[in-house]
Ligand binder design. Structure first.
Ligand SMILES: [Fe+2]
Ligand SMILES: [Fe+2]
Length: 291
C-alpha cells in the first residue's frame, strides 16, 4: 500500500473538521428508554460502568498530556481542548447517567496522575526525551481509541439484538461515530513523526523498550483490579476467543511504526500478553469469589 505523506497541515485540517462535524453530544438529546433494564444490566452493566469510568478519566488524560508534552503545539492543543476532551467527557456523563438509570452506582474515575507519568514528564523537559514521550503518547492514543471503537461496535450490535433501539441509536451510535476521528488523529500524528524522521535510531529503540515495558489496555491504569475489570469487559463483549485478532487490530499502528523490521511482530506480543493477563486476572477473581 503506498504511504501518503502526513503533513502538519493535514492533521490540523482533520482536527478542525472533527470539531465542525461532531459537537459534543448534549445529554438532553439522548433517549434513555430501556425496555428490559434487568437484561441490559445483566449483560452489559459492567461494560457500561467500565466505559463510563474510562471516558470520565479524560480529565486525567489531559493532565498527563500537559505533564508529558510541556511544549504542546497549537494542533495538539486544539485537539485536546476543543475536540477530544469536550467529546469524551460527554460520552462519560451520558453513559454514567444511563448506568445510574439502571440502578447501578455512579462511575468512580481514577483521576490521579501516576508517578510513572510524572517521572517521564520530568525527563521530557530534555528535548530528545520529549520526542520519545510524544510518540508513546500518540501510540497510546491510537491503541486506546481503537479499543473504544471495537467496544462500542460490539455493544451497539448486542443492544440492537436485544431490541434496545433507543439507547443503541441515540447513545452508543453517536458515541461510536466520534471515536474513529480520535483514532485517526493519533495514528496520523505518530505516522508523521516517524515519516519525518523526527526520531533518531536510539530514540526509536528507547520508544520500543518503554512501550514493551509500559503497555496497558485502555483504562487499566497499571492496576490489577482494573486489569481484571477489563478481562470482564472482554468476556462480556464476547471477544475472549479472538484475542490474537484483537491484539492485531489494536496494535496495528505500533507494529507498523515501531516493529516493522522485527521478525514476528505483526501482533505485538506485549499486547497479546496484556489481553491474556486481563482475562486470567478476571477468571481468578471470579474463582476466588465462588470459592
Ligand atoms: Fe469516547
Ligand atoms: Fe475517544
Amino acid at each position: 500500500m503506498p504511504r501518503q505523506i502526513i503533513t502538519g497541515q493535514k492533521i490540523a485540517d482533520h482536527v478542525k473538521r472533527l470539531g465542525d462535524l461532531y459537537p459534543p453530544i448534549p445529554l438532553d438529546t439522548v433517549d434513555r428508554t430501556v425496555h428490559n433494564p434487568e437484561a441490559v444490566k445483566q449483560r452489559y452493566g459492567h461494560v457500561l460502568d467500565y466505559l463510563a469510568r474510562v471516558e470520565l478519566e479524560v480529565d486525567r488524560n489531559v493532565l498527563e498530556l500537559l505533564v508529558l508534552l510541556p511544549d504542546v503545539d497549537e494542533t495538539n492543543r486544539m485537539f485536546y481542548a476543543d475536540v477530544w476532551q469536550p467529546q469524551e467527557i460527554q460520552h462519560g456523563l451520558i453513559l454514567d447517567r444511563l448506568q445510574q438509570d439502571l440502578d447501578m452506582p455512579a462511575a468512580e474515575p481514577h483521576l490521579e496522575v501516576s508517578s510513572k507519568i510524572k517521572l517521564l514528564g520530568a525527563l521530557a523537559h530534555f528535548e530528545p526525551i520529549q520526542s520519545v514521550a510524544k510518540l508513546l503518547y500518540y501510540l497510546t492514543g491510537a491503541s486506546t481509541e481503537r479499543q473504544a471503537v471495537l467496544a462500542y461496535n460490539q455493544l451497539n450490535e448486542g443492544l440492537n439484538e436485544m431490541g434496545e433501539r433507543a439507547i443503541a441509536e441515540t447513545i452508543i451510535h453517536p458515541i461510536k461515530q466520534q471515536e474513529p476521528g480520535h483514532f485517526a488523529f493519533y495514528q496520523m500524528s505518530a505516522t508523521a513523526m516517524v515519516q519525518a524522521g523526527e526520531l533518531k535510531p536510539w530514540q526509536l529503540f528507547l520508544a520500543r523498550v518503554l512501550r514493551e515495558k509500559s503497555y496497558g489496555l485502555v483504562g487499566t491504569n497499571g492496576m490489577d483490579r482494573y486489569k481484571a475489570d477489563m478481562g470482564a469487559v472482554i468476556m462480556n463483549l464476547g471477544m475472549e476467543d479472538e484475542l490474537a485478532d484483537y491484539a492485531r487490530e489494536i496494535g496495528r499502528v505500533e507494529s507498523r511504526l515501531l516493529w516493522a523490521n522485527k521478525e514476528g511482530m505483526e501482533v505485538p506480543t506485549y499486547i497479546l500478553k496484556a489481553l491474556h493477563e486481563s482475562v486470567d486476572l478476571y477468571t481468578e477473581r471470579e474463582a476466588r469469589k465462588a470459592g
